[in-house]
Design a protein around this ligand. Structure first.
Ligand code: RP5
Length: 183
């Protein structure tokens, strides 16, 4: 399925509505079971008012759709793609093979190997086709979104200021932390 934070012109991509002009970030995942993790990327982008689209595209179950998505991503105006997958997680690497847009890979926690398999599959790209790889699970999804925001901030001063504020709020929350009294 697909949803947008900001709406504008919409067209159909393989039966999915895709925001043609305004989505800056594509969030792609191999299965609906990845949403538990990938929703943390979406929620950060939403908080920063960055437009995004969500799609389920499986590298091994829907390979043609994956190629089509990657091949048209640049022309559709996406600035980067956050791709999450679990197990033999070839989705980020294969997307990166078909687009020169930055691909941010999120290793999804897997049932049998707790995401170590996903992490190694995504991070160990052979030389020539890079995938920026983040931590396993929720932290990785959130950080991928923050990294996408940092990329967009290069040419968006307002977004850069929001990122500064986010860092400041985070620092303030740590400064306000206390430890329990020792007896
Ligand atoms: C991968 O296989 C997906 O990214 C998901 O993490 C994993 C399991 O998929 P389901 O069996 O839950 O659909 O392709």
């Amino acid at each position: 399925y697909c949803r947008f934070h900001q709406t504008s012109l919409i067209y159909l991509f393989e039966g999915h509505e895709v925001n043609h002009l305004q989505a800056d970030v594509g969030i792609v995942m191999g299965s609906s079971s990845d949403w538990n993790v990938m929703q943390h990327a979406a929620s950060i982008l939403r908080d920063f008012d960055v437009s995004y689209e969500n799609l389920i595209i499986s590298a091994h179950r829907t390979p043609d759709k994956m190629f089509d998505y990657a091949q048209t991503a640049y022309a559709r105006g996406l600035k980067c793609i956050i791709a999450g997958a679990g197990g033999a997680a070839h989705l980020p690497g294969m997307l990166a093979a078909k687009t020169t847009l930055p691909v941010l890979g999120v290793p999804v926690t897997s049932r049998h190997l707790q995401g170590i398999d996903s992490l190694l599959s995504i991070v160990q790209m052979p030389k020539g086709i890079p995938v920026a790889t983040f931590a396993i699970g929720e932290a990785g999804a959130a950080n991928a979104a923050l990294f996408a925001i940092a990329l967009l901030s290069i040419e968006d001063r307002l977004l850069a200021q929001r990122l500064d504020q986010f860092r400041q709020d985070q620092a303030d929350s740590v400064a306000a932390m206390t430890l329990p009294q020792e007896t």
